[in-house]
Design a protein around this ligand. Structure first.
Ligand code: SF4
Length: 450
């Protein structure tokens, strides 16, 4: 079957779409292995010319839309347009349909919605479509037809991640990305044991309750095999970025991974680290794997927002200690911060600015808060207090938060975001005058021979 895949996702930090996504990449490999002909385009907003060109090039028999919760409007307009031009079955999947399947099923032309991890759902569903007499119901795929709505249970989780093939990369424009950045992105597992109130992880975990182990990791050898395959294809790989937030939370697995990584790869490594889980022992292990940069979720300078609203169980003191330890070890840091979170105020934004000045991160990724559907914070306090903004998605794309509170108007948040971006570096590279304040860290790395 010829399938046109639409990745409907926000264009963050000027990054081109389609953008590598490990879960979607694995699905694409599985579909290609079954003989489907795949065409992938990325959209952050409705783009008639782009869609028309893709239809002409691909001549699809089916459309699969992978929809982000911050691009539902873009998906709706695109699917509406498709409906006016072609009579094509449309299947939706990804983060939005997983947390709001009934809403996703009411998008124009959508006849089926895949919930959760797509390997065991969509692959089977697309195979069934080849056979008109096969029963259409597949676990995890909601259907709407003349008979009404079918909502089968989810299948069990895939526990042995090594049994899955390596993710497709070329359709995502991997060559151009590596040419530009040299950074190979890879996922080493699925699921996360943390319960941050702003994250959809919790909702998805609840869907899979009783259907297998939620936090799963690939074997280190399997991860390094994939890195080797990509490096063989692309001589431009200069560093590796681990995408998982739970990467460094299991000491036994981490020790094994870092040893194998040091032996078989050794390229500069970037990963997510939880500030209250950065112990001296873990840092030692990570440095064996040539750790160069850590992404740390700071989220807010307000203890109240971080812990009472988002349940991160993380104090300002722990964050400060973590940044000091990372910098002392010669590791560059990227602090991730939200402005416009529930109960944000001018005072809490000042707290965030003060904390960042104290932390001195190498760079800051500051984003407007968006209440992702299905997250705890989106329901309570945002929905319960009537703070959800009707134009939330458009606000998000305009760098403003998706909620509106009387004490903290979006314009105030937008000004706060501009202020942080003006004071801190947002890029790992850039003009020389912006990189000057990284000089002591670079010097330390050179002295340590890294
Ligand atoms: S650590 Fe990351 S992935 Fe895990 S719950 Fe928090 S935000 Fe979500």
């Amino acid at each position: 079957m010829r399938i046109l895949i639409l990745q409907v996702a926000p264009q963050t930090r000027a990054r081109p779409l389609p953008r590598f996504d490990a879960r979607l990449g694995t699905l694409l490999t599985l579909l290609a292995q079954r003989g489907h002909e795949l065409h992938l385009i990325g959209l952050s907003r409705f783009d008639e010319l782009h869609v028309k060109a893709a239809l002409t090039r691909c001549l699809p028999q089916l459309v699969f839309a992978d929809i982000s919760p911050v691009c539902v409007g873009a998906a709706r307009r695109t699917l509406e347009f498709l409906g006016t031009r072609e009579f094509l079955p449309i299947v939706a999947g990804g983060a939005y349909p997983t947390v709001a399947p009934a809403d996703a099923l009411s998008l124009p032309g959508v006849t089926a919605v895949a919930i959760g991890e797509p390997d065991a759902t969509l692959v089977t569903y697309f195979e069934r479509l080849k056979d008109p007499v096969a029963p259409a119901a597949v676990r995890g795929v909601w259907l709407r037809d003349e008979q009404g709505l079918t909502r089968p249970q989810l299948p069990a989780l895939v526990e042995d991640l090594d049994s899955l093939p390596f993710a497709e990369r070329e359709l995502f424009g991997c060559a151009a990305w590596l040419e530009r950045t040299g950074e190979l992105e890879i996922a080493v597992g699925r699921g996360c044991p943390q319960r941050c109130g702003y994250c959809p992880n919790d909702a998805e975990r609840a869907l899979y309750e009783g259907r297998g182990t939620w936090v799963r990791r690939r074997s280190p050898g399997n991860v390094l095999d994939e890195i080797a395959v990509v490096r063989d294809r692309h001589a431009t790989v200069r560093s590796v970025r681990i995408l998982d937030h739970a990467f460094a939370l299991d000491d036994r697995w981490l020790g094994g991974f870092c040893d194998v990584y040091a032996q078989r790869c050794g390229l500069p490594l970037r990963c997510h680290l939880r500030a209250n889980a950065i112990t001296a022992a873990r840092l030692d292990v990570l440095r064996r794997s040539n750790l160069r940069e850590a992404d740390v979720e700071v989220i807010s300078g307000s203890d109240f927002i971080r812990n009472e609203i988002f349940a991160m169980e993380l104090s300002n003191g722990q964050i400060h200690e973590a940044f000091c330890a990372l910098h002392a070890a010669g590791v560059a840091t990227r602090a991730v911060v939200y402005l416009g979170s529930p109960y944000e105020s001018e005072a809490s934004m000042e707290d965030t600015l003060r904390l960042l000045r104290r932390l001195r991160p190498t760079r800051v990724d500051v984003r407007p808060y968006y209440p992702f559907p299905g997250t705890r914070a989106a329901t309570d306090p945002c929905q319960n207090n009537g703070w959800l903004c009707a134009r939330g998605e458009e606000e998000y794309h305009a760098d403003r938060p998706g909620i509106e509170m009387p004490a903290c108007r979006p314009a105030l948040v937008a000004a706060g975001i501009r202020r942080i971006r003006a004071e801190f570096s947002t890029e790992s590279s850039g003009p020389w005058w912006r990189r000057l304040h990284h000089a002591p860290l670079r010097l330390l790395q050179l002295i340590r021979g890294r």
